[in-house]
Ligand binder design. Structure first.
Ligand code: ADP
Ligand code: MG
Length: 225
C-alpha cells in the first residue's frame, strides 16, 4: 500500500453557469518516505491538486486513497480528523499568528487534535521541535521579531507538532532570499532523511525541484512526469 494513491481524479469548479475543468484525470502514487517536487506553470492546477491531496477539498470524480483510507467520499469531519493527524502544511507566507509567540504558534494545531496532551507536555513537545529547527533561543519571540527564514522554521516546527507522516509545502521559499531558501530546503531534506517524513514541495521553481528525489510535472491539469 502506498501512502498516496490517486486514481483518475477530475476537479471542475463551477462559476455560475460556467464549468472550469482544472484537473483532467490525474493518476499517481507517492510512497512513504519520498521527497517529491510537484512542478508546473502558474495556473496548471498545482494548488488544486495539493488541496485534494491535503484533504482540504475533494475531487469532482475519482478516488483518493491516503494511508489506506479512501478520502474523496468520507464525511467532512472525518476528512478534517485525517488531515489533522496525518498532514502538516507549510505555506509561502508562513501563516503565523502575529500576536502569538513562536512557541504558541507551534502548539496551535494541537488544540484540534483528539489526542490530549497536558499543557506542560504540549509546551515540551513544541519547544523540542523549535530546538530541532534551530530556534531554541527564539521561542518567546513574536513573528515580527523574527526574520523570514526564522518564521518559516517556526512554520516547519508547527507542521510537525502532530507527528504527521506527510508534509505539504506550497512555494515554501517563495518569499525568501536565495541563501535562506537553501537552508530551508536542506531542512526539508534532513526531515525526510532522518524521520522518513514524506514531503511534497509544490513549486514553479526548477532550483527548488533540484532538492527533490522525484519531480512530478503537471501541465494544464494532466501529469506529464
Ligand atoms: P496553480 O497553483 O498551479 O497556479 P491553481 O490550482 O491555483 O493553479 O489554479 C488552476 C486553475 O483553476 C486556474 O485557472 C484558476 O483560475 C482555477 N481555479 C482555482 N481555484 C478556483 C476556484 N475556487 N474557482 C474557480 N476556478 C478556480
Ligand atoms: Mg498555486
Amino acid at each position: 500500500m502506498e501512502l498516496i494513491e490517486l486514481n483518475n481524479v477530475y476537479k471542475t469548479y463551477h462559476l455560475g453557469e460556467v464549468d472550469v475543468p482544472v484537473l483532467k484525470g490525474i493518476t499517481l502514487t507517492i510512497g512513504q518516505g519520498q521527497l517529491v517536487a510537484l512542478m508546473g506553470a502558474s495556473g496548471s492546477g498545482k494548488s488544486t491538486l495539493m488541496n485534494i491531496l491535503g484533504c482540504l477539498d475533494r475531487p469532482s470524480s475519482g478516488d483518493y486513497w491516503l494511508d489506506g483510507q479512501e478520502m474523496s467520499r468520507v464525511a467532512n469531519n472525518q476528512r478534517a480528523l485525517a488531515r489533522n493527524q496525518k498532514i502538516g502544511f507549510v505555506f509561502q507566507n508562513f501563516n503565523l499568528l502575529a500576536r502569538t509567540s513562536a512557541l504558541e504558534n507551534v502548539m496551535m494545531p494541537l488544540s484540534y487534535n483528539a489526542e490530549h496532551l497536558t499543557d506542560r507536555q504540549a509546551r515540551k513537545r513544541a519547544s523540542e521541535l523549535l530546538e530541532r529547527v534551530g530556534l531554541a533561543e527564539r521561542m518567546h519571540h513574536h513573528p515580527s521579531q523574527l526574520s523570514g527564514g526564522q518564521q518559516q522554521r517556526v512554520a516547519i516546527a508547527r507542521s510537525l507538532i502532530n507527528d504527521p507522516p506527510l508534509v505539504f509545502a506550497d512555494e515554501p521559499t517563495g518569499n525568501l532570499d536565495s541563501h535562506t531558501s537553501v537552508e530551508i530546503l536542506q531542512m526539508f531534506q534532513t526531515l525526510n532523511r532522518e524521520q522518513n517524513i514524506t514531503i511534497v514541495l509544490v513549486t514553479h521553481d526548477a532550483n527548488v525541484a533540484k532538492y527533490a528525489q522525484r519531480v512530478i510535472r503537471i501541465s494544464d491539469g494532466v501529469i506529464e512526469e
